[in-house]
Design a protein around this ligand. Sequence first.
Ligand code: C2E
Ligand code: CA
Ligand code: CA
Length: 634
Amino acid sequence: MLYRNSFAGITVTFVASSVLTFTFYEASYTTFKFNWWLAISFLLLLRMCDVVHWYKKDKIQNYNPDNAIVRYISGTYITALLWCIYGVIVLRDSDSFELAGTVVIITAMAGGGATVLSAHKTTSMAYTFILLVPSSLCLLYQDQSYRQFLGGLGLIYAAVMIVGAKNAAQFTAQAIKLKNENALLLDHMEDVVEERTRQIFSLSNIDPLSNLLNRTAFLKHLDKALLKAENKKNILSVLFIDLDGFKEVNDTVGHEMGDKLLAKTAERLQSYNDEQLLCRWGGDEFLICIENTEKSAVFKIAKELITIISQPYFLEGNQLSIGATIGMTFYPEHANSAGQLIQLADTAMYHQKQRNPGQPKLFSEEISSKLLRVQSLKEGLNNAIEQGQLRLHFQPIMCSSTQKIYACEALLRWQRDDESISPVEFIPIAEKYGLIRKIGTWVLHEACTQAAKWPQDCAVNIAINVSVIQLQASDFIKIVDAALASSGLSPKRLNIEVTESVFATDKCILLRQFKALQLRGIKLSIDDFGTEYSSLSVIQNLAVNTIKIDRSFVQQLESNGLAIIKAVMQIAIALNYKVVAEGVETEEQANQLTRLGVNFLQGYFYAKPICSSSIVEFIENWEPCNEVKNIRGI
Ligand code: C2E
Ligand code: CA
Ligand code: CA
């Protein structure tokens, strides 16, 4: 502020000193006045140079203001001293005309100084003091009374001006302080606004767990990339990455560790190529968009990504391993929109996960039509019961030694308009889309009701397939009880078949449900034995009644099927299970299995699944076996 005011101050001082010197040049002290004028002009020139220097350099650079202030104040004090010398010397002998002119100019200079120097209190007050007080005292000590009067007036004026200078300086200081505070506040506000903007961006665009883009941000960027690809006629691919085995990690070492694993995976994906568009889509799913890269190169990238993800992770003393399956789509070949590309890549990934996990898969029309088929079956199944499209067929299970019927297995049939859909196709869909419990309950009621209606002589056991999902449900036992109660079927006639996959589920629930069923006299069979999760120790703990050897082994009796069946028989005898062989298609197979000690046989050799209206007739032709008679107390 001192420097800003100085141009005007110096100029006015120069003009005033020149006017004073040359107006009253001849009156007195001619040589002194000229020398004084030379001195003050030289000083003002130096001060002007200093001001120019300040404007050009100091102001721009981040300089130390103390030096500039010292220079400025020194110049001001010397100026004040020169004025003081002028006043003291000239006012002594001046005539009244010169006296009046000099007093007016010096008081005006003092008044102006108080304003111009208000940025520096001491200097401002001292400047006024030096200019006015010595000259006034000089006048006071002169003989003429009007000069003494003028001296007195000068002192009073000096006192008023000094107080005025002090107040002006304080006011200016306050104003400068406020201005600086405002500037600081503004700076701080800018920082806060910047930080908030960053936080808002982060909250709305970044997934906090992985530090990657979130869904919304990825979709926004993908839209832009698609627009670019469209304009430049480029191709673009979307990779849908889904981790394999992540659920197991979560279940075994906990969610916190699972989160850390996801963060590490994200790090690996990012460091693979941080220029590609990458996001965490949700859960253990990641998406990558690769621009303008050929199919073969994208395949290579996908394989490399799987390798990178599959490297072991070392987290807090744990060594963890996961894998990844990747589905891929290309713009414009498969879809034009971001949503569609992602959905189809997801479909390809899902399709691959069922068949060949740990590998990349390019989306194809074949996958698409399978998807449409699943969709259509899912919708149809929703009201298949209400539409009366479900039926039960029954396939006899024969006692190998007596060739009499032991039981009938209820097998579900879905007749949808003109199409007969296999349970191999629709049961997994019902399981996946939450329809199996409704359908399974219908099967239980229907099978129990029909079996209960069979004439006394044909009252063989009824085997019902139950999905693991049904078995796990807390109301399963109630549903079974209700089916038995409403049909009036004896629980002893009921066999429940669950596939081997049951052993992959929670053992506690399984044990509780099995016990509850067996307590009622219901028998349990392990279906498709040998195809999946074999755990003989668990079978023993659960005390199941029957093992059903999968038909693939029966069909391989000529080759390695025989050894497997022999082994199963040894264990079954040791642990006291009954064994059923499924898929018996020839007399030779039936004889061989009988010789091996298999208790029961089921297959086309005896009968294909028979519709409910014909099953009684079949049973009547083939007598029920002794086990059945024992159950019925015959
Ligand atoms: P599963 O329980 O192993 O049923 C035996 C399947 O083998 C039946 O197929 C039957 O028709 C077939 N089969 C019987 N003997 C022979 C033979 O000698 N040769 C050949 N090649 N096949 C034979 P289906 O009826 O198509 O049932 C397939 C699967 O669907 C069943 O396998 C079962 O896992 C499931 N399933 C059927 N009904 C139900 C049900 O009501 N509930 C549940 N959860 N699953 C069911
Ligand atoms: Ca079965
Ligand atoms: Ca089976």
